[in-house]
Design a protein around this ligand. Structure first.
Ligand code: ACO
Length: 330
């Protein structure tokens, strides 16, 4: 059996579109208010990509940042593993477009469809590639243009989501104890109807009916998703801590998927981590799905909240239902 850590983070990068949509902007188009949104979600603003910016382009910017920090070039990349719920096209994978943009000609490139835990799922795949000797330098990416699948006439979902990308170069651990100490991934397909895009796929291909029903956009049973999120994030925290053989007191920073401040608070409370040790930036970006964890990691590093040797608990949940977690020695 392979001993952990197998993989470590060698560099991070992010891409955040310039355009900002504030809660006040929503007050002009929906029956909502800044106060309601802040109280129920913690979100104040989110960034939205323009029409000409593709998911691959956001991923390219984030990847270039991560590669520069890791000191590697496109020729060094062995695998591009891209978590996304909003691929640029259904065929081929957005990771292949990213490969072409980067000129990473010797890499294998593919997408991982796991919604918000897409970055953690992709990290798990990268670990497997490294453990099996298939790859040394893996580009693990979470990139989303959720604005393209958000129904801006539906106040219960429109206010939640933003666009962004985050990337990490993941390399073999160096034997100094730094890297991914534990990982836990889980899914429950029975919960799929709580959060899904009914139309536009093979079940109900794009048609006038789909467009009239607006079923190409995300549909969500908010309260049920909320409950499932709190339950699964709690389980994920427990599993990652147990598997790493550490306790909540050992954690320097909890870095949760940024969905809703109330879900973050419930998760921290269950895990036994005080809020001053929880990374929160949902107020600035909203829910950016698979980009959310690398975006939060990058900001925490920039702010000095993560230093070499810090012990981190990463945790996420999303449509599927999918959820997962990892304990990382930075
Ligand atoms: N402004 C004002 N009122 C609103 C809004 C809004 N933007 N949205 C909903 N309401 C209303 C509802 O219509 C409802 O009104 P009613 O009582 O007259 O029927 C009332 O507020 C309460 O609605 P709830 O849905 O019970 O509100 P809740 O407190 O649960 O908050 C929310 C809604 C924010 C969506 C919450 O349920 C939530 O965050 N759920 C989790 C969502 C999530 O994280 N999804 C992402 C999953 S990750 C992925 O894979 C993409």
């Amino acid at each position: 059996m392979t001993t952990r850590p197998i993989a470590r983070f060698a560099g991070l990068g992010v891409a955040v579109p310039e355009k900002i949509l504030t809660n006040t902007d929503f007050e002009k188009i929906l029956d909502t208010s800044h106060e309601w949104i802040v109280e129920r979600t913690g979100i104040r603003e989110r960034h939205i990509a323009d029409e000409d910016t593709s998911v691959a382009m956001l991923a390219e910017q984030a990847s270039k940042g991560a590669m520069a920090r890791a000191g590697i070039g496109p020729e060094d990349v062995d695998a591009i593993i891209l978590g996304t719920a909003t691929p640029d096209r259904l065929l081929p994978a957005t990771a292949c477009d990213l490969q072409a943009l980067l000129g990473a000609d010797k890499a294998v490139a593919f997408d991982v469809s796991a919604a918000c835990p897409g970055f953690l799922y992709s990290l798990g795949v990268a670990e497997g590639f490294i453990a099996s000797g298939l790859a040394q330098n893996c580009l693990v990416v979470g990139a989303e243009k959720l604005s393209t699948i958000t129904d801006y006439t539906d106040r219960s979902t429109a206010i939640l989501f933003g666009d962004a990308a985050g990337a990490a170069v993941v390399q073999p651990a160096e034997g100094d104890g730094r890297g991914v100490l534990s990982m836990f991934l889980r899914s429950d397909g029975k919960l799929a109807p709580l959060l899904y895009r009914p139309g536009g796929g093979a079940c109900d291909p794009i048609s006038t009916k789909v467009v009239e029903e607006r079923s190409q956009y995300m549909k969500m049973a908010g309260r049920e998703v909320f409950k499932a999120a709190v339950r699964t994030m709690a389980q994920a925290c427990d599993e990652a801590l147990t598997r790493a053989g550490v306790s909540a007191d050992d954690i320097d920073l909890l870095v949760p998927h940024q969905a809703n401040i109330r879900i973050l608070e419930a998760t921290a409370k269950h895990a036994g981590v005080p809020m001053d040790k929880v990374m929160v930036n949902v107020d600035r970006y909203g829910n950016t799905s698979s980009a959310s964890i690398p975006l939060a990691l990058d900001q925490a590093v920039a702010e000095g909240r993560i230093k070499q040797g810090s012990l981190l608990l990463l945790v996420a949940f999303g449509a599927g239902f999918t959820w997962g977690s990892a304990v990382v020695r930075w």
